[in-house]
Ligand binder design. Structure first.
Ligand SMILES: [Zn+2]
Ligand SMILES: [Zn+2]
Length: 236
């Protein structure tokens, strides 16, 4: 039996009439995760091993810094920097062995790019967040399947942004099969296509409002069409 710990936040997000309930849940998860890494867990050896090894992506580094818990961040970065220095020094030694200008150097340079890719591209917050969001996507499909009230409200909601739609579609193949999978995909597509039709219409009217002949015509729903399109296509 899988843990269904995201049922409450998902149902609450559905009540709030937001643009994407997964974005809403993900936002809270991200805040909680930033607090988690800056909180007491930062002193636990197991957690520190993860942060030393994985570090943080540029976005989450900035977010952690802006949270203001300077000592926690400094302690984590102190030991993470040791790890980074170790990795780069190891690479330098290999460079010395192959020679900086020799034929083998190109391969070593590629490996150095790999090292840097891993350092810059890996993130302890993203890892934890990815796992949790994936579980929430599975939870959403489960609720849709098991709770009629959730299903009804979801079908009247604003649907999902495209990145979360992809995630939920993937999760549905894990959670459902046969007729219920067919039904889920059909209903989801109906909802998403209808929302995209409305959005496209609003964005189109937004562009038309720049025509001087439409100057005095009412905006309708087009005024905030652009930020809504950005969120729908890219998530929040
Ligand atoms: Zn979303
Ligand atoms: Zn990250």
């Amino acid at each position: 039996m899988k843990e269904r710990i995201y049922s409450i936040p998902l149902s609450e997000a559905l009540e709030q009439d937001c643009d994407c309930i997964m974005c809403q849940v993900a936002k809270t998860m991200e805040e909680n995760n930033l607090d988690y890494f800056l909180g007491p867990s930062m002193m636990e050896p197991e957690c520190r091993m993860i942060t030393n090894n994985r570090g943080f992506c540029p976005r989450h580094l900035t977010a952690l810094y802006e949270r203001g818990n300077r000592l926690s961040l400094a302690l984590m970065l102190d030991t993470h920097l040791e790890e980074v220095r170790g990795r780069l020094k190891k690479r330098s030694k290999l460079f010395k062995m192959t020679g900086f200008g020799s034929g083998g150097a190109k391969k070593s340079v590629e490996k150095l790019v790999d090292d840097l890719d891993k350092i810059v591209g890996s993130c302890a917050v993203c890892d934890k967040l990815d796992n949790e969001i994936e579980a929430a996507a599975e939870n959403l499909v489960y609720l849709w399947d098991k709770e009629k009230d959730f299903r009804d409200k979801f079908s009247r909601s604003k649907g999902l942004c495209l990145p979360h739609m992809k995630m939920v579609v993937k999760a549905s193949t894990e959670e459902l099969s046969g007729k219920s999978l067919d039904e889920f995909i059909r209903e989801l597509m109906l909802l998403e296509n209808a929302r995209l039709d409305e959005l496209n219409e609003d964005v189109h009217w937004f562009t038309q409002k720049y025509d001087y002949r439409n100057q005095d015509a009412p905006w309708g729903n087009a005024k905030d069409a652009l930020p809504r399109a950005v969120k729908r296509l890219g998530g929040e």
